[in-house]
Design a protein. Structure first.
Ligand code: ADP
Length: 161
């Protein structure tokens, strides 16, 4: 059985993330989506909220589970027996970052490989940070995030009760 780990901040989960998770779930026997507790960026949602939103967003993916973590990602991969780490790629700048990170991770554990899936065209410009910016200004989000995430964003910015 080949397990894959899909780690990220997911602040919040977008349809771009769900698309990657769904496609990865078709390639591997099991995927673990791991929400990183303390990424080096300012967060809008708590870890618990990010995990809950992700759980709802991928409830239809039968071989996916969602957890949170606060260790080195490679340590988590080892702990859960995942041989593969999944990442998503949009534009060129994603590549530079993911390339560096995958080389670093391979240094830390040569047995664990990174598999990058290209974004689907409709999600090429979808990022959690752009979504938050648009949400703040009251933009329509349903095309880019699941309904429950759009609602959570509206509540966060005081645009809905
Ligand atoms: P990070 O883990 O770097 O904090 P995110 O949580 O936003 O970043 O994303 C987790 C992973 O999903 C990253 O590999 C990122 O490149 C990828 N990703 C984010 N948005 C999309 C998208 N719209 N399409 C494909 N992959 C994406």
């Amino acid at each position: 059985m080949t397990s894959a780990l899909y780690p990220g901040s997911f602040d919040p989960v977008t349809k771009g993330h769900v698309d990657i998770a769904q496609r990865a779930a078709g390639l591997f026997d099991k995927i673990t989506i791991a929400v990183y507790d303390a990424p080096p960026k300012q967060l809008l949602f708590t870890t618990e909220q990010r995990v809950d939103m992700m759980k709802k967003a991928v409830a239809h993916i039968k071989n996916a589970e969602v957890i949170s973590y606060s260790t080195l990602t490679i340590e988590l991969a080892r702990k859960i027996g995942a041989k593969v780490m999944i990442r998503g790629l949009r534009m060129g700048s994603d590549f530079d970052y993911e390339f560096e990170m995958s080389l670093m991770n391979r240094k830390l554990d040569p047995e664990i490989d990174t598999v990058c899936l290209m974004t689907s065209q409709e999600y090429e410009f979808v990022s959690s940070s752009l979504i938050k910016e648009a949400a703040k200004l009251g933009g329509a989000l349903n095309e880019f995030v699941p309904e429950h995430v759009a609602y959570a964003l509206r509540v966060k910015y005081g645009l809905d009760k």
